[in-house]
Design a protein around this ligand. Structure first.
Ligand code: SAJ
Length: 438
């Protein structure tokens, strides 16, 4: 039996049954894209609420419309379950689980290990398994493959196929989606890469085959490390311009007029999200095990992690110029999500800024139209109900996340003082007596 031919035929005639492990911001968009392409898709997630929502035709991911989920469920192309044994009948399994950090700062591989073990338990000849979670180079070959071979006794590249294909989801983005964003795919063996690429090629616009799982794993980490380091660069630029008395925003805008050889990044209160601040640390962790220090990653992380403290220093200085101590001052933080126009709080620098302000004795409130409440460590706050009332009562408004739906001119008019960490006010805030920018 040639399983490569058998699987290729199933992908070509869209009779393939695809299981997606993990129905988060990566797994659910992929599930609907595969189902829309004609595959029969079963999403598996241990969280019953997610499974029930999908079965009821509801989406909990902003980038996936509920109408699309409802239609696909009704057509029988998409379903969801908590039962991992559906892997028994799968032709393809995509693993889209989180890869966070432990409290120690080391990679938390528990989600990958758990998904791997579920696959190992139910796998059969003639299936392809693809890991999509951002992780260190070597994960697929060193951590996933041995357990699958040991559990099944099958031969990789012949009886089953194993590949890595990094997700490239930018939450909230509409121009580049799961369907049209080029997809890198690398296999444990050449045949693994070919089979995995075939699966994606009938659902996604562009598939980019590479020679191994390590190349695919490392390409993803390069993408995110590139962002981490360039954000760290402009954050340090903000600190340097602060010392020089130069407007960092004007400097960056001027540099960005260069039509080649430059890519604009902007400074901010820190680096949030579950990818950029975290994925590169998987790489530096792996390199430490090989007795090498990834200097750029460690330096950029140090600078980015320090930005909340830098912001609180700016607030303290701004209040000081008005003869007000930070202690006891009423501070309103605007925007808590980790980046504009989304409802995700993970690793958000707003949490650090609020925590530091509270540590210094400030009376801190926050507002975020997407985040009704923050319950994190020692912080338990509700988004203030009346934004403008709170702006008027604050000694200082700190813009931490520049959501597009804020009325910045009105906020500026009503506020006593604004520390704008995102240049949200734009030219309004330049040289304005009430505005302090990074
Ligand atoms: N940030 C800055 N300055 C910048 C750009 C971003 O301070 O110039 C901050 C943001 O405010 C945010 C953090 O960095 O707190 C991360 O922002 P991001 O948009 O780079 O990261 P994510 O996690 O929302 O999404 C990224 C994707 N982003 C883009 O490509 C624009 C992409 O790199 C990955 O597909 C995704 O992470 C992932 O899953 O790895």
């Amino acid at each position: 039996m040639d399983f490569q031919i058998e699987l290729t035929n199933k992908f070509q005639n869209h009779s393939a049954r695809v299981v997606i492990l993990g129905l988060g911001y990566v797994g659910l968009p992929l599930a609907v894209v595969f189902a829309d392409a004609g595959y029969t898709v079963i999403g598996v997630d241990p969280i019953r609420e997610k499974v029930d929502a999908i079965q009821q035709g509801k989406s909990y991911i902003a980038d996936v419309p509920s109408e699309q989920v409802a239609r696909l469920v009704k057509e029988g192309k998409l379903s969801a379950t908590v039962d991992f044994s559906v892997i028994r009948d799968a032709d393809a399994v995509s693993i889209c689980v989180p890869t966070p950090l432990l409290k120690t700062g080391d990679p938390d591989l528990s989600f990958i290990v758990s998904a791997r073990d579920s696959v190992a338990k139910y796998m059969h000849p003639g299936m392809v398994i693809i890991l999509e979670s951002s992780t260190y180079p070597g994960t697929t070959r060193e951590l996933v493959l041995p357990k699958l071979v040991e559990a099944s006794g099958l031969v990789v590249g012949k009886d089953f196929f194993l590949a890595f294909s990094p997700e490239r989801v930018d939450p909230g983005r509409e121009d580049w989606t799961t369907v049209n964003t080029p997809r890198v795919v690398g296999g444990i063996t050449p045949a693994c890469g070919v089979v995995a690429a075939e699966l994606y090629s009938h659902a996604l616009k562009t598939v980019i085959p590479v020679s191994s799982v390590e190349v695919a794993e490392m390409a993803k980490l390069l993408e995110n490390t590139f962002r981490l380091i360039n954000i760290g660069l402009v954050n340090e630029l903000a600190i340097m311009c602060n010392r020089l008395g130069v407007d960092v925003w004007e400097v960056i805008d001027a540099a960005a007029t260069k039509p080649f050889g430059f890519m604009k990044f902007t400074p901010g209160p820190g680096l949030g999200g579950h990818c950029i601040p975290i994925d590169p640390l998987y790489l530096s962790w792996k390199l430490r095990s090989l007795n090498y220090t990834a200097k750029f990653i460690e330096l950029a992380s140090e600078i980015n992690t320090n930005m909340p403290r830098f912001v609180v220093g700016k607030v303290q200085d701004a209040l000081n110029d008005q003869r007000k101590p930070l202690k006891g001052s009423r501070i309103l933080v605007l925007g808590a999500a980790y980046k504009p126009d989304i409802d995700d709080l993970r690793e958000s620098p707003a949490i650090d800024v609020i925590g530091l302000l509270k540590q210094k004795g400030a009376d801190v409130q926050y507002h975020d139209p997407y985040i009704p409440a923050i319950d994190h460590d020692a912080i338990s706050l509700q988004s203030v109900p009346d934004l403008m009332e709170s702006v008027r009562h604050a000694d200082c408004v700190v813009i931490v996340t520049n959501h597009a739906n804020y009325d910045y001119p009105s906020i500026l008019e009503s506020a006593a003082l604004v520390v704008d960490t995102r240049n949200a006010m734009g030219t309004l805030g330049r040289n304005h007596p009430k505005v302090v920018r990074l």
